[in-house]
Design a binder for this molecule. Structure first.
Ligand SMILES: Nc1nc2c(ncn2[C@@H]2O[C@H](COP(=O)(O)OP(=O)(O)OP(=O)(O)O)[C@@H](O)[C@H]2O)c(=O)[nH]1
Ligand SMILES: [Mg+2]
Length: 208
């Protein structure tokens, strides 16, 4: 899959504000500062589609992008941002509940983890939530440029354990080098448009 067009649609404080749309959705979730907005920019080949920042908590709203006029990419606010108070944390949780319980069009989630850090309790809560709601997800290990290739296995082990996934199911990704971009685009196509990626012969029924 190649991304031919990417347009910002809207920023929402609450997903319930969104007008009814019928396109499939792909959401990007993860801790604050993990690289969600950077990943979206790299996937879309656009430097400034999403605002990125070295200050955690930059994305406070739900940002919706229209990709190839075929699906919506949803940049969700990051969690685990140390500086938020209890009330903000609660409001984040409520907004996510509203998003997940209203998004019948959500087909797949990219769950981002920094390759250098052990998953936090918040990451585990998110993963369990996705498993309970039955939304398929892919774990993406971001900032892969920050670890040597030789120590990848060691870095991925705690992520595999906490997320209950196999190492080969994780996509190492770097927004600096573009590593993992192709792998993710293939995953996205399979997840959102399974009939397209099932092979060209699919529709042909041979008769004698
Ligand atoms: N080395 C390296 N740095 C990265 C990578 N991806 C993101 N960063 C840096 O990490 C910081 C946070 O990136 P963002 O993309 O804004 O992270 P975010 O998850 O959208 O953050 P919030 O919106 O606060 O939740 C920025 O300083 C980025 O330049 C990567 O693959 N490699
Ligand atoms: Mg962001």
């Amino acid at each position: 899959m190649e991304i031919r067009s990417a347009e910002f649609v809207t920023s929402l404080a609450n997903y319930s504000e969104v007008p009814p749309v019928t396109l499939p959705q792909l959401a990007v979730v993860g801790r604050s500062n993990v690289g969600k907005s950077s990943l979206i920019n790299v996937l879309c080949n656009r430097k400034k589609l999403c605002k990125t920042s070295s200050t955690p908590g930059k994305t406070r709203l739900i940002n919706l992008f229209l990709i190839n006029e075929e699906f919506h990419l949803v940049d969700l606010p990051g969690y685990g941002f140390a500086k938020v108070n209890k009330a903000e944390k609660k409001s984040w949780g409520e907004r996510m509940e509203v998003y997940f319980s209203n998004s019948t069009l959500l087909k797949h989630v990219l769950l981002l983890m920094d390759i250098r850090h052990e998953p936090t309790a918040d990451d585990v809560v998110m993963m369990n939530y996705l498993r309970q709601t039955g939304v398929p997800f892919t774990v993406v290990a971001t900032k892969a440029d920050q670890v040597k290739r030789g120590s990848r296995g060691k870095m991925l082990a705690p992520i595999c354990r906490s997320m209950v996934v196999q190492p080969w199911e994780i996509v190492p990704f770097s927004s600096q080098t573009g590593e993992g971009r192709e792998a993710l685009l293939t995953k996205i196509e399979t997840a959102l448009f399974p009939s397209l990626s099932a092979g060209e012969d699919c529709g042909t029924i041979k008769t004698n």
